[in-house]
Design a protein around this ligand. Structure first.
Ligand code: C5P
Length: 234
């Protein structure tokens, strides 16, 4: 897959209102081509906003982490696919993934599976009734995602290398938890720099606070894109 460095940066629009989102997007202008919208903005007018971003030529990642009975997931994905988004997340349960693959048929929407939420550790899984630990469950679900025909996985950059063996080149690996050298960690525990993530084999980087909360968000985005460019130079 050959992607422009700028296309590999996805900015997480983790902001409370459309007004803030619109101002940020205007400020980032041509520096950012790809935006992620999650619960916070989606439930504050973010869907029409997503449609307007797409109409303006941007790509959109809808981080909705869907999970429900199959027919509900399939119909929900069918509606979401009509928005023209590029990525949508679903939880990596076989029934959910199969329904989502069915629902997106015929559209350009690509599905990303969330294997195990990064806030979960082995004790959380045991408390939820699982016998597998985080590592075992993440591998099992990545294999299921691949076999069901899901297009990619969301994972920490630290997991890119082992997951690439399962995913092959056919699936995209999208990694949050990115922090440029010298920036605040915030609540992220396992961070890597943009260069490290790209070198490890990540296809797309999701970056929120290091850009959204920067004094100059456009300069922060440009710096990350040039770091991606430097790392991918032949
Ligand atoms: O501000 P920051 O760069 O930490 O934002 C990262 C984005 O990626 C947030 O929207 C967060 O919800 C999301 N994310 C994450 N870790 C995951 C999955 C998604 O940080 N495992």
């Amino acid at each position: 897959m050959s992607l422009d460095a700028r296309e590999r940066l996805i900015v997480a629009l983790d902001v409370p209102s459309m007004t803030v989102a619109e101002a940020l997007v205007a400020r980032l202008d041509e520096s950012v081509w790809f935006y992620k919208i999650g619960y916070q903005l989606a439930f504050a007018g973010g869907l029409p906003f997503a449609a307007s971003l797409i109409a303006a030529g941007k790509q959109v990642f809808l981080d909705f982490k869907l999970h429900d009975i199959g027919s509900t997931v399939a119909k929900g994905v069918e509606s979401i696919a009509q928005l023209g988004a590029t990525f949508l997340t679903v939880h990596a349960y076989p029934q959910t993934m199969k329904a989502a693959v069915e629902g997106k048929r015929g559209s350009k929407l690509r599905l990303l599976a969330v294997t195990v939420l990064t806030s979960y550790d082995d004790a959380d899984l045991a408390a939820a009734g699982y016998e597998l630990n985080v590592k075992e469950l993440a591998v099992a679900r990545a294999e299921q995602a691949r076999d069901i025909g899901v297009d990619g996985l969301v994972c920490s950059a630290k997991e890119v290398a082992p997951l690439r063996n399962i995913a092959g080149r056919g699936m995209v690996l999208v990694t949050p938890g990115i922090r440029p050298a010298g920036s605040a960690r915030d609540d992220q525990k396992r961070i890597v720099t943009p260069a490290e993530a790209i070198a490890a084999g990540a296809d797309y980087l999701v970056v929120g606070r290091p850009i959204v909360e920067a004094r100059d968000p456009k300069a922060a985005a440009d710096a990350i894109v040039s770091e991606i460019e430097q790392t991918t130079k032949p």
